[in-house]
Design a protein. Structure first.
Lengths: 366, 366
């Protein structure tokens, strides 16, 4: 909108003061090596397209009808897959929408919300959107999270786990400690990348839901299920937490998931084998990418996600990002204190890694 | 959630005080004559399923990627169809989401929002969600809207046109008058049903956008385009109004429309012929339904929508709704002052009308 002179005369104060989230760019060129938005290098399960095609061939007429407002079939499949009751499962239009509803439902309070100073950059945007005071707790020097640093009155704590963009994992013991020490705060664990952690299910906070009623876990179909294009995210928690989200949803938008997305997401949940296989492939590729970057002198954090956070030996992350860009290789750089010298590089295919490493070697030789 | 004892300990005050929107029920039984949620009796254009199938066969792999965040192709198609610039077009996850963003963008102000006392029942819900004071302006005795009744300071005015559940149309001259008299208020015309008005395009407020920068028009794919199952809605207005909505969207959820919905909705916009044909069929069916109900002694308001608002001669709307229900015919009754004696009946197929009229005749004969 660079050429538009924006007339804000009719805007609410809320609208005037927003600093919207800026997603990683989505350039539409061909032959781009796109390693900037943590998409999965593998396609979704073929059963997703098959399930959606089945709706289109057998029930296309039904697109004239409203979809199931609470996505019951999808939630039922998730409940079975994660050993929960259906009323402990909430779904939304991507985990971004789920997170927005969480902010409105649990953090619009007198006490502040606590979050790491370096984390998913949408959190401060939500805080502004919903008028929530966000107190940022500094990560340790090694970018790890110290639960003891969160000992202060709060409405809640939100932690991406593995954290973004560092890729570091907080242990289940530490999450249990946080939740136990704050029984009257809602502890949101944003597990967008958890399935890429070694032994993902055993480190997921979903297991804590049975013992702690203040733990709310979000996950997404956009990363480990290769469905960023379908916009489905979910939250797992006590039935009372899920009920608040449902009421909030029905005060914004009653039908956030269309009929096709519900069917496709459900098919993805049912195809456990494909899911586990592709997650393992991403983990293997992360290991090889980490090794190759280290061999080129990068410091690479021990990532448990589908990206690595890496610092070139001279710290010139922005120079490298810009030089790679000229060759059609897009990685993400954050112009944020403490992490300017790092690049976040999405785990891609073996071919993409080869192209990246070759380009980095050429740059180093110049 | 009837058996759940809800523990609201962790809920925000906002969450505790919500009275969520209650959509018309979506029963999943067979052989139901569903005339309660104003869905289109005709299927969507076959080109919608074809376009989505093409994505699934040719680009299924791309579901792993985030969709176009601003739905550029879809917005471009809408801009061409409605003779607007692309920056005068906004799309969202159903017009319900678009309306929610409108409330946040333009009505969160000191001055109240004005709306008819009888209108879309989601408006008071949004007002509560966003802390907007809503002043209800009484419809005239004949359920028409008198623009002179809106002469008071306000942040905006929202009017469904044709109005729901009455089906009555406000003239373009009256809308122009409202907008001209309130240059510093945002006048939102919710045209969910406008395509069913006789000569729909000439009564749409979209034409006013070129002369009045405070008119914002919402429309939806759920009614005239038979795509309630796909969740796509839009707003048309000045580039400055659309920019506010875009920023607000990007402070809630950056990617509300999935890749398939974008492709399907675009195909629907391009199939003008099918659209015009099915709208005309619905209009014809509305005329015949109106005549049949009148012949049975119903008072029927002159609807310009895909539903009729009808009062049985004895005013026992709730008794009839309940008796019809026993026969699998679902119509909508609102337990709201002034309209308890009316039923809102969606225009269905000729077969559905026959079933309804037969049932009503039998009831009358009892």
């Amino acid at each position: 909108m660079s050429e538009l002179k924006v007339d804000t005369r009719l805007w609410s104060g809320k609208a005037r003061n927003l600093s919207p989230y800026i997603p990683g760019e989505q350039p539409q060129h061909n032959n781009l090596c796109k390693l900037n938005t943590n998409e999965n290098p593998f396609p979704p399960s073929p059963k997703v397209a098959a399930a959606i095609s089945a709706v289109l061939t057998q029930q296309a007429e039904e697109l004239r009808l409203y979809p199931a407002p609470e996505s019951d079939d999808l939630r039922g499949a998730l409940a079975r897959a994660y050993d929960l009751d259906i009323n402990q499962v909430f779904v939304g239009n991507g985990s971004d929408e789920v997170l927005a509803l969480i902010f409105a439902s649990f953090f619009m309070k007198e006490r502040p919300l606590l979050a790491p100073d370096i984390s998913y950059s949408f959190y401060p945007v939500y805080a502004q959107t919903f008028g929530v005071e966000l107190v940022k707790i500094a990560l340790e020097a090694d970018f790890s999270i110290d639960p003891d640093a969160y000992r202060q009155p709060c409405s809640g704590i939100i932690i991406a786990n593995p954290n973004a963009p560092t890729g570091l994992l907080l242990s289940l013991a530490d999450i249990r400690k946080l939740a136990s020490e704050h029984p009257n705060a809602t502890i949101v664990i944003d597990e967008a990348y958890i399935d890429f952690a070694q032994a993902g299910t055993t480190v997921s906070a979903v297991s804590l839901i049975h013992e702690l009623d203040n733990v709310l876990v979000t996950q997404t179909f956009s990363k480990s299920r290769s469905l960023a294009g379908l916009r489905v995210g979910m939250a797992f928690g006590s039935a009372s937490l899920i009920e608040a989200l449902t009421r909030m949803k029905n005060s914004f938008n009653s039908y956030p998931l269309d009929k096709l997305a519900q069917a496709g997401a459900r098919a993805s949940v049912l195809d456990t084998e494909y899911f586990e296989q592709t997650c393992q492939q991403v983990i293997d590729l992360r290991h090889s990418l980490t090794a190759e970057l280290k061999a080129l002198g990068f410091e690479v954090l021990p990532s448990q996600a589908n990206f690595v956070f890496a610092r070139p030996h001279d710290g010139d992350a922005i120079g490298i990002a810009s030089a790679l860009r000229e060759q059609g290789i897009i990685v993400r750089h954050f112009d944020t204190p403490r992490i300017q010298e790092y690049l976040r590089i999405t785990v891609g295919t073996a071919e993409q890694h080869q192209r990246l490493i070759t380009a980095l070697k050429e740059l180093a030789a110049q």
